[in-house]
Design a protein around this ligand. Structure first.
Ligand SMILES: [Zn+2]
Length: 512
């Protein structure tokens, strides 16, 4: 059957040099023309092998993905890790029908601080970006301007896939659960063209191209007929995606422009295909057609994709709960500002935590972000006498759908402390029993090194103080304080010991 393929590839290659730029202000994909030719070759091979070996039932295949989060040289402008986690969660929902799931390679991200990559990445594809490429993962570079070499097809380029480098470049603003740019570009990675293949760079305009539409598209691909009779040799070569000539304008997900195919039959495109991404469609209505799905699987099974199918099964434990923010205690003033320990409880399934700190509760200013491996982070860069908001988002290499915790809030003190999370005043302290049965008092034992004044506070998990002692004078030695059971119904509490230089916390579970 190879004889049928060769002419199409030749037609495409010849057409690539006739593409013209457009000036309309629409949002578009940069995967087209000469750049996309090797992708079409793979598509035709996949169609051919599908013909010989129909797709069989199969287990979930896990594909490593490496997100390159690009910032300016000074580190500003970078997409937030939270957006990337949300994006990966959505991508996995999009590819679940194919039993393909993506996971963060090595459980984390790659950071590039370089204004050239961020703003004008095309000059860096053979240097910085090639050096950064992970050769055993699907690479996604997230930059400010995703316009490909040679320019986009008009308007803002949201992203593109380049077979030459076999990677995806995405515009930072397109990284979210509501965007369809990544599932679309990943579709290109798996060899799918646009349903309007041939019209990619120059959408059908009756005033320019005539009525009915010509039999040959501006890109040199035969125009697909509305009845699908030439579907195997025209348009995207995929027979369950209807004819589409990239109709300009925002049709609000329902094209009613009345275009006529070369046989003068009304064209009715499928607006909700991921590979079409017409504006105005509902996010949850986008889909890959059944044959597109088979071709994606066929592509993943091909030798060209061996490097993204290592056979590794990522950590499977689901994250079903959110951490509790333990310290600083909600709304508390920290003993000092120069060293502040943020601490939260670990949750099952999480191997990493994204920590965000900001001066505003909507995290709208220059949010500090940290990917933390444990359950605390000591900050040494906060200002004195200032209110901060913080939140934590648990994740693991594959499970990235957890939201952030509700906000915690604290105010920094004006003094300086020499350490946090520990103090020379207290040798050790404990809360017993823990867990405790409801109805039973708990005992706080403190072994102090020297005389000091302190306060014991009990808070619930949303930071409300439910019990607080008077100022306690502790001499050197052992002390025991009883917290009456009447304050403790079933649940989780934080017992805090505040001294002049630190707040120590313990988590207590009151059960049946
Ligand atoms: Zn595209």
């Amino acid at each position: 059957m190879k004889y049928r393929l060769t002419p199409l590839v030749l037609i495409l290659s010849a057409a690539c040099f006739t593409l013209t730029a457009q000036t309309s202000a629409h949002r578009s994909c940069g995967t087209h023309g000469e750049m996309a030719a090797p992708m079409i070759e793979r598509l035709l091979q996949n169609i051919e092998s599908l013909r010989n070996h129909p797709v069989r039932p199969r287990n979930i295949e896990y594909v490593p993905i490496k997100f390159h989060l690009v910032a300016k040289t000074d580190g500003s402008g970078r997409v937030t890790e939270g957006k990337v986690l949300e994006q990966l969660c959505a991508l996995n929902a999009d590819y679940l029908p194919m039993n393909i799931q993506f996971y963060l390679k090595n459980g984390t991200f790659n950071y590039i601080n370089n204004t050239a990559v961020y703003s004008t990445h095309t000059a860096t594809v053979n240097t910085i970006m090639t050096f950064a490429r992970d050769n055993a993962a699907l690479n996604v570079f997230i930059v400010d301007d995703a316009t490909p070499a040679g320019g986009g097809v008009g308007g803002v380029t949201l992203g593109y896939y380049t077979p030459n480098k076999d990677w995806i470049v995405m515009r930072r603003d397109e990284v979210s659960a509501t965007s369809v740019t990544l599932p679309h570009e990943a579709g290109h990675f798996f060899s799918l063209p646009h349903p309007f293949n041939g019209w990619d760079a120059e959408g059908y305009d009756p005033a320019v191209h005539g009525v009915p539409a010509p039999a040959m598209s501006p890109g040199g691909i035969p125009t697909e007929k509305a009845d699908g009779s030439n579907c195997a040799t025209a348009g995207d070569f995929i027979c369950d995606t209807p004819a589409d000539y990239r109709f300009e304008g925002n049709w609000n997900c329902n094209y009613t422009g009345g275009a006529l195919d070369p046989m003068s039959v009304l064209v009715n495109p499928e607006e909700r295909l991921f590979m079409c991404y017409m504006e105005g469609c509902q996010r949850d209505e986008f889909f890959f057609s059944p044959i597109q799905q088979e071709l994606i699987i066929e592509d993943l099974n091909s030798n060209a994709r061996n490097y993204v199918t290592p056979g590794y099964v990522p950590y499977q434990v689901e994250i079903t709960e959110l951490p509790e923010l333990l310290a600083p205690i909600n709304a508390a003033v920290t003993p000092g500002y120069n060293i502040v320990n943020l601490e939260w409880s670990g949750v099952s399934g999480a191997t990493r935590y994204l920590l965000e700190i900001d001066a505003f509760p909507n995290f709208s200013s220059t949010t500090a972000r940290y990917v933390v491996f444990g359950t605390n982070k000591i900050l040494t860069n906060l200002a004195a006498n200032k209110t901060y908001y913080w939140r934590v988002r648990p994740f693991a290499e594959y499970h990235t759908c957890s939201p952030f915790t509700p906000n915690g809030q604290f105010k920094t003190g004006t003094g300086t402390v020499t350490s946090t999370g520990e103090t020379k005043l207290v040798e050790n302290w404990s809360v017993n029993p823990n867990p405790v049965t409801a109805g039973q008092d708990i005992s706080v034992s403190i072994n102090s090194n020297e005389r000091f004044e302190g306060v014991i506070t009990v808070l619930n998990t949303i930071g409300q103080v439910i019990y607080r002692t008077e100022n306690l004078e502790l001499t050197q030695g052992e002390h025991d304080f009883r917290i009456p059971s009447s304050f403790l119904t079933r649940g989780v509490y934080i017992v805090a010991l505040e001294t002049s230089d630190v707040v120590l916390t313990k988590r207590v579970v009151v059960g049946n």
